[in-house]
Design a protein around this ligand. Structure first.
Ligand code: SF4
Ligand code: SF4
Length: 306
C-alpha cells in the first residue's frame, strides 16, 4: 500500500479540499482522516454504509474516592499540573487538566486516589470498499497522536489490499502530525501565500524530513499573494522540493465544498482544473517512490491514465 499524506501548517488552508478531490480522482480504496481534533473529511466523502464505532480510551485520569479522602491536601500540593483543587465537596480532579502522571496516587496515604481509564474519543471505521477510518477526540483529552496511530492502523488492516491510501493529516507540526507521518511514502504539503504560510511550510518540512518520505508542495489560493507565492516557489527550488502546482482562488469552488461536494465536481472551475494537475504530478512522484520499473508501469497504467 502506497500511503500519501496531505498536510498543512494550519487549518483552513484547503488540505481537506485537496484530500477529498484526490480520493475521488484516485478512486482510492482506502483513506483516513487523521485530523482527530476536528475531523471533517466525512462531510465531503459521503458514505451510505454504517461505520463501526469504537470507544477510544486515552491515558487514565485520577479519581478521588471521597469516602476514603481525609482532606490532607497532599495530592493537590504535589500535582504540578494543578489539576486537583479543593471544592465544596472536598478535593476534586479537573479532567481537562489531569495529565495522568499518577503522582497523586503515590502521595495519598489513605489510597483514596486511583487511576481510571476514560473514554477520550470515538473511532469510526467504514469497512466496505473504499475503506474509511476516522475518529473524533473529545475536547480536553490529550494524546491525539495515539489516536492518530490507531486510525491509521485500522485503515491499513481493513484496507490491506488497497494499492493507494490517501490520508488527510492534522494541521500544524505537533504530536498528531508526527504520528500521521510515520510509515507514509509521500507527503504533499498544502501551503498558502502569506508570511505565516512560509514559516509553517518550513516547520512542516523540518518535521517531515525526520521520516524521510518523498515531499512535495502545492500552493492554494496562490493568486491572493503573488509576491509570497514567488517566495515559496523560490524556496522550493532552492531546496530541491518539487512544486506540484498552484491552485487559484475560486469562490464557486468554496461554495461547492460548503455544500459537501469535492472540488473536482465543480464544472469549469480553474481551481478544479488546477487540482487535477496537482493530482497528476503528485501521483507521478508517488509512482517513483521506491518502486521497481515493472511495478511503476502497472502503477502508471492504473492511476495516471484518466
Ligand atoms: S492526598 Fe488523599 S487523603 Fe489527601 S486530600 Fe488527596 S485524596 Fe484526600
Ligand atoms: S494524575 Fe498527575 S496530573 Fe492527574 S491529578 Fe494526579 S498528579 Fe495531577
Amino acid at each position: 500500500m502506497k500511503q500519501l499524506l496531505i498536510l498543512s501548517g494550519k487549518g483552513g488552508t484547503g488540505k481537506t479540499t485537496i484530500a477529498s478531490s484526490f480520493i475521488r480522482l484516485a478512486q482510492a480504496e482506502a483513506y483516513a482522516d487523521c485530523d482527530v481534533d476536528a475531523p471533517n473529511l466525512h462531510l465531503v466523502t459521503t458514505r451510505t454504509d454504517e461505520g463501526k464505532r469504537t470507544d477510544y480510551h486515552g491515558l487514565a485520569k485520577a479519581v478521588i474516592d471521597q469516602g476514603k479522602c481525609q482532606q490532607c491536601g497532599q495530592c493537590a500540593e504535589h500535582c504540578v499540573f494543578q489539576a486537583i483543587q479543593k471544592k465544596e465537596k472536598g478535593y476534586q480532579v479537573d479532567n481537562y487538566l489531569c495529565e495522568g502522571c499518577a503522582v497523586c496516587t503515590l502521595v495519598c496515604l489513605t489510597e483514596a486516589v486511583s487511576m481510571r481509564e476514560m473514554v477520550a474519543g470515538q473511532m469510526v471505521l467504514y469497512e466496505q470498499k473504499p475503506v474509511f477510518s476516522t475518529a473524533q477526540l473529545k475536547m480536553g483529552h490529550g494524546n491525539s497522536g495515539m489516536l492518530v496511530t490507531q486510525v491509521k492502523k485500522a485503515m491499513k488492516k481493513a484496507g490491506r489490499e488497497a494499492e493507494v491510501a490517501v490520508i488527510d493529516g492534522s494541521p500544524g507540526t505537533g504530536c498528531p502530525v508526527i504520528a500521521s507521518l510515520s510509515g507514509v511514502d509521500m507527503v504533499l504539503i498544502v501551503t498558502e501565500p502569506s508570511l505565516a504560510g512560509m514559516s509553517d511550510l518550513q516547520r512542516i518540512i523540518q518535521t517531515a524530513e525526520i521520516f524521510k518520505p518523498q515531499i512535495a508542495v502545492c500552493i492554494n489560493r496562490y493568486d491572493t499573494g503573488l509576491e509570497q507565492t514567488a517566495e515559496i516557489e523560490g524556496f522550493c527550488e532552492l531546496y530541491g522540493l518539487p512544486m506540484v502546482g498552484k491552485i487559484p482562488f475560486d469562490a464557486r469552488a468554496i461554495a461547492a465544498v460548503n455544500q459537501g461536494k469535492t472540488l473536482i465536481e465543480v464544472e469549469e472551475s480553474p481551481a478544479s482544473q488546477a487540482i487535477q494537475e496537482v493530482y497528476r504530478k503528485t501521483m507521478e512522484l508517488l509512482l517513483h517512490a521506491g518502486k521497481e520499473p515493472e511495478q511503476r508501469e502497472n502503477f502508471a497504467e492504473k492511476w495516471l491514465l484518466w
